[in-house]
Design a protein around this ligand. Structure first.
Ligand SMILES: [Fe+2]
Length: 229
């Protein structure tokens, strides 16, 4: 299975990472994950890549991840997939946006997800994982070779847990489940800052010191007899 082509666009005042993903560099179909702001720039980027956006996926509904959802959905007709627990936030966005940001448009999600689903969108196989802790309904989208993991895990850091519905033991469990389930070379495409790998964070992330001691290590792709995505 080929590895998807993932393009990163850092948008908005909070420097959120939006991703345009296609099955390979030649595909004319793509999905977009967490269009947080700057809808015109994202639409132009899709046009420049020569792709049609066929789906809009949200990892969670903090304002910095959803500011461009409604305009991108309107321009493309692409359906929006939202964590079920957070669809009410997307439907009433400004109620949750801190002063000084926005305005952003609300949107009624076309599909809701709870984790455990398998999707094929724009020709890409996607496993939907429930990874709460940073927000109550947070999802991670596993694609071949990578994780679109929103604000779960960052290069050298982790998602904050002081916002409504945040909880560190829950987030730590979510991170542990990713580390136990996917090989260390799995690429992590986070919602902020640079791309990393699960193995690098498992070995060096200062927030995972306790977790390191007790989480079983998933096999590498080279020696795995099970999953390799
Ligand atoms: Fe967030």
């Amino acid at each position: 299975m080929s590895t998807p082509d993932v393009r990163s666009f850092t948008v908005g005042p909070v420097q959120e990472n939006c991703y345009i993903v296609r099955a390979d560099g030649a595909s004319e179909r793509a999905l977009i994950v967490d269009p947080g702001d700057e809808p015109e720039r994202l639409l132009e980027a899709a046009q420049a890549l020569g792709v049609t956006l066929e789906a809009i996926l949200l990892t969670h509904t903090h304002f910095d991840h959803l500011g461009a959802v409604a305009p991108v959905a309107r321009a493309t007709g692409a359906p929006v997939y939202c964590p079920k627990l957070e669809r009410g936030v997307l439907a009433d966005v400004m109620r949750w946006v801190p002063p000084g940001f926005g305005p952003f448009e609300s949107y009624e999600a076309d599909h809701t997800l709870t984790g455990g689903e398998h999707l094929t969108l724009a020709g890409i196989d996607i496993e939907v994982l429930f990874t709460p802790g940073h927000s109550p309904g947070h999802l991670t989208y596993a694609i071949p070779g990578g994780l679109l993991s929103g604000d779960v895990l960052f290069q050298g850091s982790v998602g904050r847990v002081d916002l409504p519905g945040g909880d560190w033991p829950t987030l730590e469990r979510s991170i542990a489940s990713l580390i136990a389930s996917f090989p260390p070379e799995t690429v992590v495409y986070p919602g902020h800052m640079g791309v990393t790998t699960l193995g690098r964070e498992r070995d060096t992330n200062p927030f995972l010191t306790e977790l390191r001691a007790r989480v079983p290590v998933a096999p590498t792709a080279a020696d795995a007899s099970g999953r390799t995505n």
